[in-house]
Design a protein around this ligand. Structure first.
Ligand code: SF4
Length: 564
């Protein structure tokens, strides 16, 4: 089986030292990316670690596919204990970072400890260097990239960094790479901020010890991506906005409605009308990214993606795409997740009867990032602030919902509940088989849960493997199960078992932190939900309470290893 190569680089921010560890057995068993990050966090972070404490670790990893020239491989994965959910979370981002990461020659890089001053860490061929960066205190993301260019001669794609939101430990702060690509979900930017780690740069010219040969099929995928006339090449993820709205799967006014009367102002056509050039991730000929600008109002950003069109559009009752673009631009600049931030602001708008107040929305993004006034409360996220606001808690495990409303897409609803990282659509991408226009060959009726637990297990496992590859999930029309097995040089059943092991390790870690069935709940009813959840646990080999038996994880301790 193909897998990532190279040692683990373990960076201790407290002592400003770095060590290498052999992790060949982990790479061979878990491929790379999320699989490797999950195994390392599971085994190296104490089960009772404070997400914002010194013992938490942040693991950055690419996968074997980042050594290929194939489309859909411009991504990398970040794993840690989330300050938003309090569970183990992996988040992945596109852009161009992944090739620089592989160029360091490391199989994974982890950050532990806490620096006593704001730091930059440089991953260079000559070694790991630490540099105090007091000038970057509370710097916005574009200021960090400008500093990196002027001081170190590095491009924005050669770094990960946080904005003021990460430094202020906003629970949904993102880790940014370039100025617009985000490891968005789960607040991993706050983990970096708590560690006093402002920026990590990658200037490697190393090559992995093991050179990976890819089959000819990889170039077939690349060719098909280049020649396809797929609608996502024009409208990215916003292509499905009208359909989601038409079937009432488009959360509106803080989830109180599911259809937005102003959808025409924020749909795929409106985003396309503001798109001014093509953009992509490293090596990807599909090029689904969306650089947009409105010269009249002086707004320029990349996106918004579909989920942002929901969180800052319909969910806040905003019907002008330029206003959503502005929200998107502010989130990227300050470094916050657009879904969690937009939804939390929508909760505030509902509490104060201010839906559609665009000026207030933009002001709140800034207040959240800097924890000013009411922003200090909202920076805690919807789950922690909803009581004070007097609104319903629209989260699962503390994570705010994306679109693809589970009240219409019942399987997606079940998936929101079971997902170890909370209400996230990419954990299983179940919506893709409940929107018949996305995947006709495998479509299931959106209504009902019959037969869905089994499909959900398969899809969660499949996505865990994609995240470990690391392969973009928008490859679904180009890389099927057979192709994925060919690319990773193994059989698909083996990949399913690896995916299952990753999901089980996540769940086991979360179980030790007190998560169980009571956390796999939704803020709405779906007919047959309790029995479908039990069936899901049964298929996974977990208890009726959603708990992993110790025998399934080999009695792993979760203790910090002595080698640190
Ligand atoms: S499909 Fe889009 S998001 Fe995925 S790697 Fe290609 S350009 Fe990036």
């Amino acid at each position: 089986m193909r897998h990532a190569a190279g040692p683990l680089c373990s960076v201790n921010l407290s002592t400003q030292t770095a060590e290498e560890h052999d992790i060949d057995d982990v790479l061979e068993s878990f491929i790379g990316g999320r699989g490797v990050g999950t195994k390392l966090v599971h085994d190296r972070v104490p089960f009772d670690a404070d997400p914002l404490g010194s013992e938490n670790r942040l693991v950055l990893a690419a996968g074997p596919m980042q050594q290929s020239q194939m489309s859909f491989t411009g991504r990398a994965s970040l794993t840690s204990v989330s300050p938003l959910t309090n569970g183990l979370v992996s988040s992945n981002a596109g852009g161009f970072l992944s090739r620089h990461l592989v160029g360091t020659g490391y199989g994974a890089i982890e950050f532990t400890g806490t620096a006593d001053e704001l730091l930059a860490v440089h991953i260079r061929p000559e070694g790991i260097e630490f540099e105090a960066v007091p000038d970057l205190e509370k710097a916005e993301v574009p200021e960090v990239t400008e500093y990196a260019d002027e001081r170190w001669g590095l491009d924005p794609e050669q770094l990960i960094c946080i904005g003021p939101a990460g430094e202020n430990e906003v629970r949904f702060a993102s880790v940014m790479t370039t100025e617009s690509r985000a490891f968005g979900r789960g607040g991993l930017g706050a983990v970096m901020g708590a560690k006093n780690l402002k920026v990590v740069t990658f200037a490697g010219d190393a090559t992995p010890d093991v050179e990976i040969e890819f089959p000819a099929e990889a170039m077939d995928v690349h060719r098909e991506a280049a020649t396809s006339d797929h609608v996502m090449k024009r409208q990215g993820t916003t292509a499905g906005t009208d359909y989601a709205n038409a079937v009432e799967a488009f959360p509106t006014r803080y989830f109180s409605e599911r259809e937005f009367e102003g959808v025409e102002g924020i749909n795929g056509d409106s985003v396309e009308s503001k798109k001014y050039k093509k953009a992509t991730c490293s090596q990807c000929a599909f090029a689904c990214k969306l650089p947009t600008k409105d010269e009249e109002r002086g707004v320029e950003t990349e996106g918004p993606e579909f989920e942002t069109v929901m969180s800052f559009g319909s969910n806040c009752a905003v019907d002008d795409i330029v206003d959503v673009m502005k929200s998107n631009e502010l989130c990227d600049r300050y470094g916050v997740d657009t879904i969690s931030c937009g939804d939390t602001i929508a909760a505030y708008l509902m509490a104060n009867d201010e839906f559609g107040n665009v000026e207030l929305i933009h002001e709140l993004v800034e207040k959240i990032a800097f924890r000013e006034g009411v922003g200090d409360d909202l920076a805690e996220g919807t789950h922690r602030v909803h009581g004070e606001l007097g609104v319903h808690d629209w989260t699962v495990k503390g994570m705010e919902f994306p679109a693809h409303d589970g009240r219409h897409l019942h399987g997606q609803g079940l998936s929101f509940a079971t997902s170890n990282r909370g209400a996230d659509h990419m954990y299983a991408s179940f919506y893709a088989i409940e929107y018949p226009y996305v995947d006709k060959s495998k479509a299931m009726d959106a209504n009902g849960l019959g037969g869905k637990p089994e499909r959900l297990v398969e899809k969660e496992n499949h996505n865990a493997v994609l995240d470990s590859g690391v392969v973009c999930k928008f490859s679904r029309d180009f890389i099927d199960e057979e192709m994925l097995a060919t690319l990773l040089d193994t059989d698909y059943d083996h990949l399913q078992s690896i995916g299952s092991e990753i999901v089980t390790l996540e769940r086991h870690f979360n179980n030790q932190r007190g998560f169980d069935r009571a956390d796999d709940t939704l803020p709405y009813d779906i007919p047959g939900f309790p029995s479908a959840l039990s069936e899901y646990y049964d298929l996974r080999g977990w208890s009726e309470a959603g708990v992993v038996p110790e025998s399934a994880v080999g009695g792993a301790s979760g203790a910090t290893p002595a080698d640190d």
